[in-house]
Each structure stands twice: as C-alpha cells, then as structure tokens.
Design a protein around this ligand. Structure first.
Ligand code: CTP
Length: 423
C-alpha cells in the first residue's frame, strides 16, 4: 500500500530559468526534482545565463539547456516546441516580474515563455522579485491572469531581498516548489467525489472575555490532512479550532473555537459527509460558566469549576447507519499508546484511530513532523517512520481510501450508505 517510489518518477519537467539574483536557486531545484525521480530539461533566458551558465545545468541534467529561441535539437526540430510537447509540467523558477508579464500577455520572446505558452502540461510559476514589484498592481493583475489560465503560482516568501529591503518577493524554497510539483502529480483525483470533513486545532474554553483554557495543538496535522484530501479531489470542509497555521484555500472553513461550537459544526456537517477525520484536540472540560466581565485579581485563590464536554466523535459514531460517515479519530498519548488508542477505537465506535506519542523526547505537537501508528479493529495497520506531516497525511489517505472503498464494495449497492458499517 505504501508507495515509496520517488513522487515524480517518470515525469518530464522543464525548469524555465529567468534572470534574477535567485537564479542560482534553480540549480538546487533541478537537483531536487531529479531526486524526486523527474527527468529534467532546462530552458533559460539570456538574462538567466548571466547569473548562472547553461553549462551548470547541462552538467547536472546531462541534457542540452535551451537558451536560444531559434535553436534546433539534435534531430533538427525546434527545441523549445519539442520540449514543450514532451513536458508534463513547466516550472518557471525564478519567474521575474518581466517573465510574468510576458506570460500574462502571451509574449514568447525567449525559450522560457515560449515553452510555457506552447506546453500541454501544467505550468507552475515561482515568482522572485523586489517587494515593490511584487505588490505593484500590474504584477498583481498579471499573476491573477496566470492563475486564470490555470497556472499554479507558488507565492514568494517574506524576508530579506537582494535590494536590501525586507518584504515579500523571495523565491519560494526549492523544496517547497518540489513539494508543490509532487502534489500536482500526487495520485490526483483518487478522492474525487467524496465529501470529507476534517477537524483541526485545539479548542479554547472561555473563562472570561480574555482568558481561556486551551491546549498546545497547532492544527498542523489536521490542516495537512485537509490539504492532501483537497489536492486528491475531495470536497473538503475544515472545522477549524485554534490554528497556529493559515487555514488552506480551496476548502470550506468553518471556525469552531470552542468544544461546543465544534460539536455543533461537526454534527451539522457529518450526516452529509462520506468520511470524517477528527484530528482536533477537543478540550475534555470547560469552565461551568464564563464570566461576562474580566475576572479581577483580589488576592484570594480562584476556584474554577470544570464540567465535562460532550464526546463529539462518539456522538457521530452513534448516528444512524444511513448517515454515519466513515470515522477516523486521533489519540495523542503520553503512555501505553496501543492500549489507549485501541480502547478509544472500541469505546467510541470508530473505524480507524491514528495514534501518536506525545510528551517524550520528540513532541509531535507543533512539530512539522510526526510518527504515527494507525489502528483498526484488527490491530496495528502501519509501521511508518517519522515523516513530514504532509507525507503522513498522504499515507493516511492511501490507507483511509483503501478501507473506505473496501467497506463500500462489501455493501449491498442498493443498501443505504454506511449500512454495513456497524458490527
Ligand atoms: N474527541 C471528541 N470530543 C471530545 C474529546 C475528544 O470528538 N470531547 C475526539 C478527538 O478529536 C480525537 C478522539 O476523540 O479524535 C480522541 O481524543 P482524546 O482527547 O485523545 O480522547 P479522550 O476521549 O478525550 O481521552 P483522554 O482521556 O485521553 O483525553
């Protein structure tokens, strides 16, 4: 089930390099694309060749770099047209303000914009420029035009720029660009048609208008799960508790800062969903009452009465079979992970539970990586190493999709959805 082949194996990718102080980063990009299994060709503008020579790229790719719009390939065919037709994707990185403007109006004055224009595959654009150029209305309009063509624009980062200024305009890191390319080709569409609800982040139970009881959950794992499902074609609702990361585009986001609001949002969306993943860290208790006014310090000890919150996932599990979605819970445990996780799976009536250890030498909370084990009713289903959360999310979807479809195919097609689920 785990596909450990490089993600871009068998893909042909053209890296279109334009002239920027960030041109040198295209060298790393080419290396990383190759490491991910892609066959890489390089096209360059004349300005790009003033920053890094074609020889550098030719040595890496062992293929000729196209630097001349009029160049013919070894078979006397027009090199940029041949490349454009063969490529699964063209990634213009770095893309200058000028290259973006040319692509937006369809000017093909160099091999890079010519290949982007003539290609049949996906076009990915990674801008790099000074902050003033990036935020200029002309560039903003041109970038919107490219998005309208269906190009994937990888937002530049914020930081120190070559001009000495600080702002947005730094070329995205090569690893980020490669991840975006991998996502582009990731088993695209295998969750097409599925309605998926993911909860993420911690809940905050108010004590007064400014204070709350909360937890350290960052929401990174849940957000990665939502993003991966989106990229694989699902229609995704993210029920967002407190997140320390931006909520993703292309999904319906429902803000649910407290356990009560999360319960309401989950119970409202679950009956229409095929799959629900409860990655949120829901507070088990809430103050019995929240003060309307800020609680004042008066030197006396303060007692707070906490009352248990309802178990949201257990309520979803109890839904009538015809509306009950396939249900995945999470278990963050400091000890006895397997026993605790499988106990929760059983007691809450879940289909799968994703367990991870917290509080040890490695703390998954807030980290960009995670090591998880997934348990079904028959026991541990996985032996996965520590992985970036996005990769954990991809593997989870491989597993969940497999299980979900297995269960669907064992259902009488005339039976209502979920009828065979409860044992
Ligand atoms: N969960 C929920 N509602 C709650 C508490 C937890 O839906 N009030 C969900 C979580 O989103 C997660 C799973 O239940 O998917 C397990 O959460 P966890 O906090 O580990 O479980 P608890 O039952 O609260 O157990 P513990 O006593 O270990 O906190």
């Amino acid at each position: 089930m785990n596909d450990d082949r490089p993600r871009l194996a068998g893909r042909r990718i053209v890296v279109g390099v334009t002239g920027s102080i960030a041109t040198y980063k295209a060298v790393t990009l080419v290396r990383l694309l190759q490491q991910s299994g892609a066959t890489v060709d390089v096209a360059m503008t004349r300005a790009a060749t003033r920053f890094v020579t074609a020889l550098t790229f030719e040595s890496l790719t062992q293929r000729p770099a196209v630097t001349d719009l009029m160049a013919l390939d070894a078979d006397r065919r027009i090199a940029h047209v041949e490349l454009a037709e063969a490529a699964d994707a063209v990634v213009v990185a770095p893309a200058t303000a000028n290259a973006i403007a040319e692509m937006a109006v369809g000017l093909v004055r160099n091999p890079v914009t010519a290949i982007a224009c003539a290609g049949r595959g996906r076009v990915v654009v990674a801008p790099a420029m000074d902050a003033g150029m990036w935020t200029h209305p002309a560039t903003e309009r041109n970038v919107e035009t490219l998005r309208g063509f269906g190009y994937l624009v990888i937002e530049p980062g914020f930081g120190a720029l070559a001009s000495g200024l600080t702002g947005a305009g730094r070329l995205a890191e090569p690893a980020t660009i490669v991840e975006a390319m991998e996502r582009l080709f990731a088993r695209s569409g295998d969750l097409e048609g599925l309605r998926i609800v993911v909860s993420a982040g911690g809940t905050r139970e108010p004590l007064d208008p400014v204070r709350f009881i909360g937890n350290r959950s960052s929401g990174k794992m849940g957000v990665a799960i939502a993003e991966a499902a989106r990229d694989r074609g699902a229609s995704v609702t993210l029920i967002a508790g407190a997140l320390s990361v931006a909520s993703p585009g292309g999904v319906t986001v429902v803000e649910a800062p407290t356990a009560a609001s999360m319960r309401e949002a989950v119970l409202r969306s679950a009956p229409g969903a095929d799959i629900v993943v409860m990655a949120a860290a829901v507070s088990d208790f809430a103050p019995s009452r929240a003060s309307q006014r800020k609680i004042k310090r008066d030197g006396a000890p303060l007692r707070i009465d906490l009352v248990p919150n309802p178990d949201i996932i257990a309520e979803v599990a109890e839904m009538p079979a015809e509306v009950r979605p396939f249900l995945i819970g999470f278990a963050a445990e400091t000890n006895d992970m397997e026993a605790n996780a499988t106990g929760k799976l059983r007691d809450k009536g879940l289909d799968l539970i994703v367990a991870n250890e917290i509080g040890g030498p490695f703390d998954a909370i807030g980290s960009d990586e995670n090591k998880v084990a997934v348990f079904g009713r028959e026991g541990n289903l996985t032996d996965w190493p520590m992985l970036p959360k996005r990769q954990v999310a991809e593997r989870l979807w491989d597993l969940i999709a497999d299980r979900y479809r297995g269960q669907e195919s064992s259902t009488d097609p005339s039976a209502p959805r979920g009828a065979s689920r409860r044992s």
